[in-house]
Design a protein around this ligand. Structure first.
Ligand SMILES: [Zn+2]
Length: 637
């Protein structure tokens, strides 16, 4: 009875919502490229471009070179593609394999374009330019820029990749346009988005009505709202956000195999998240965008409920369950894995929430994922990432800490530059995560309030009251907690530098006069044309508890881990220097929490006494940042 009532409310509320007022967004995202990486992050990006991010087209050439947006567009009789994967235990059917190369290509290019531009990598920019020209040449006269032939497009009744192929492609085109101001790219985007809005008219079409079979590609397509959200920000044209709201409500009211974000499920108090993780976390963005576009209080309530459910699914490093279905489980540092794709999707959803709400807690959450879970899923010794990973990682031989999974030959728990045996989804997303993090590190609140929200070594170029301004954030954060903001501008200028005060900081050391407001430090004064601000945050070793009451250690933004020595075993060789790597532990000793003494921090390490469970003796142990480990123990019972 209750459910029926809710369903009715939700169905009728679409028209009500399109008339209500949008919520004011607290912060503005700067144009892509305004914030550049420096320091260790820049070095890591350069390494990635010399590694799997810059070379994925050489590792899986048939996937990247498939002309799926051009002469190879999908037709009625197109066959399923051989992606070179094992398909072992995949029950989702073959239809997804038709559109899959569009995701692989466009997510990879999105990351590639952003890395190339942020690093000012001349050769990669040249390659990007050629790609942009090639892809724009596939656009039809009516604006269609996608993967389907005329006989198929916009008239699906089952699984398809219409909107998803577009969302992934257009996100990269937007970054390129924002950086270059290339009018050809902008006009192509305007026409392409209009084409979608004409063919699936607002309130008079049913794009997510595709029956009750597996519809993962259709559900991914809901992230077309990413494109609409940014188009609205760039143009100020409300039609994009109204359309995003329409898409969200249409998705919510239809049947989907990825149903966690549907309002009837959000408002069902007994419902537990269960869909494919990456979908669930990327869908946090359309829900947020819809809540802001509508100003509707029910959608805001839904957003709150959804966020608390995601929190329950997140481990101490901020990583959400995604191995690959959530399946009603709660997070666990040893027994529940997370997918690299989910790290990018959830981090990106938190940065969108940060932009819209200004709430510093979303910055904390984004930093936790980026600096702990994501860094901790990279192979520190070879160019590659883990497709799946757990916080406590006792072996990386393909399976989850040695567990045998019924009906699935699990190979995702290893490091690879491509993971082609499973799916080439995580590596492209690993190329996106750093540029997306960097882009959200600086935002603007007003024309004279500049906000350092995510702390990182960066340089921002912007203007304040029409005066050009450059701020270099000199730091080795999160590996130390000292910052110098070097400010250069054409003339002396009065503005507010707003820096997020990390939750863990127990003291702020600075010569500046400041005030604290809602988790931010505000320094308002006239800055000279060459000026600087120094800020130190003092940290201490903290013993924290995860959802399962296991203890873990942090210092500043970093989670620390007991590294476990491992033997590296070479797996599949893609091309010279690029291969899979597996890691076998040298010892199976586990440690337990020993006393209430938190230990101390010294030279990048936490020194602490832990109980060796193999002989029950207390040992003085060194912990290092989990982001620098392969095998490790991070939580202690
Ligand atoms: Zn993935």
């Amino acid at each position: 009875m209750k459910k029926i009532f809710l369903f009715c409310f939700i169905t009728v509320s679409v028209s009500v919502m399109s008339q209500s007022t949008s919520l004011k967004e607290k912060l503005q995202q700067l144009p892509f490229g305004s914030v550049k990486p420096s320091g260790w992050i820049r070095e890591q990006m350069q390494k990635d471009m010399a590694g799997f991010v810059g070379n994925l087209d050489l590792l899986v050439p048939s996937l990247i070179n498939d002309p799926i947006y051009g002469e190879g567009r999908l037709q009625k009789h197109s066959k399923t593609k051989d992606l070179g994967n094992l398909k072992s235990g995949d029950a989702e059917g073959d239809d997804q394999y038709k559109w899959w190369n569009s995701e692989t290509q466009s997510n990879w290019w999105d990351g590639y374009i952003r890395n190339a531009l942020l690093l000012n990598d001349v050769n990669a920019i040249k390659k990007t330019r050629n790609y942009i020209n090639r892809i724009l040449a596939t656009q039809d006269a009516d604006g269609y820029l996608g993967i389907y032939d005329t006989e198929l497009r916009y008239r699906f009744t089952t699984e398809n990749g219409e909107l998803w192929a577009k969302a992934t492609l257009y996100r990269g085109l937007l970054a390129y346009y924002e950086y270059t101001h290339n009018q050809k790219v902008w006009n192509a985007l305007l026409k392409a988005v209009d084409n979608v809005m004409q063919q699936y008219p607002i309130d008079h079409s049913d794009p997510f009505n595709v029956g009750n079979g597996f519809s993962g590609g259709v559900a991914h397509g809901l992230t077309f709202t990413d494109v609409l959200d940014r188009m609205q920000q760039l143009t100020g044209n409300k039609k994009y956000r109204d359309y995003a709201l329409f898409l969200f409500m249409n998705f919510s009211n239809n049947i989907s195999s990825e149903k966690d974000v549907q309002l009837k499920n959000i408002f069902d108090p007994g419902y537990k998240l269960q869909s494919h993780g990456a979908h669930t976390y990327e869908h946090l963005r359309p829900l947020t965008i819809a809540a802001y576009a509508s100003g509707n209080s029910e959608l805001q309530k839904a957003l709150e409920i959804y966020l608390s459910r995601i929190k329950n699914c997140s481990t101490l490093s901020g990583a959400p369950i995604g191995d690959e279905w959530i399946g009603g489980r709660s997070a666990n540092s040893t027994t529940v894995g997370y997918e690299y794709c989910s790290l990018q999707e959830l981090m990106n959803s938190y940065t969108v929430l940060l932009q819209k709400t200004g709430n510093h807690q979303y910055a904390e959450a984004a930093e936790n994922i980026f600096y702990n879970a994501a860094q901790g899923s990279r192979d520190p010794d070879h160019s590659g990432i883990a497709y799946l990973k757990t916080d406590n990682s006792y072996e990386m031989m393909g399976t989850k800490n040695g567990e045998v999974e019924a009906g699935r030959n699990q190979t995702r728990y290893k490091y690879s530059p491509a993971h082609q045996d499973v799916a080439v989804c995580c590596n492209p997303n690993a190329g996106r995560i750093t540029p997306y993090f960097i882009q959200s590190s600086w935002l603007k609140e007003t024309d004279s309030i500049l906000v350092a929200a995510l702390l990182a070594p960066t340089v921002v170029n912007t203007s304040v009251k029409n005066v050009k301004l450059r701020v270099e954030e000199l730091t080795n954060y999160p590996y130390n907690n000292n910052f110098t903001f070097k400010i250069s501008s054409a003339k002396n200028i009065h503005f507010t530098l707003k820096v997020r005060k990390p939750d863990w900081a127990n003291n702020i050391i600075t010569k500046e006069n400041y005030r604290i407001e809602n988790g931010y430090i505000l320094i308002s004064r006239t800055f000279k044309s060459n000026d600087s601000v120094s800020l130190d945050f003092s940290a201490e070793v903290k013993v924290r508890e995860d959802n399962n009451h296991e203890k873990y250690f942090t210092y500043g933004a970093l989670v620390f881990a007991k590294p476990i020595a491992a033997t590296a075993i070479k797996g599949k060789i893609y091309v010279a220097d690029f291969s899979d790597w597996m890691y076998k532990p040298v010892s199976n000793t586990r440690y337990a929490y020993a006393d209430s003494n938190p230990g101390y921090y010294e030279n990048g390490k936490i020194i602490v006494s832990l109980k060796n469970q193999s002989n029950n003796t207390i040992e003085k142990t060194e912990l290092i940042p989990m982001g620098k480990t392969i095998l490790r123990q991070v939580s202690f019972k």
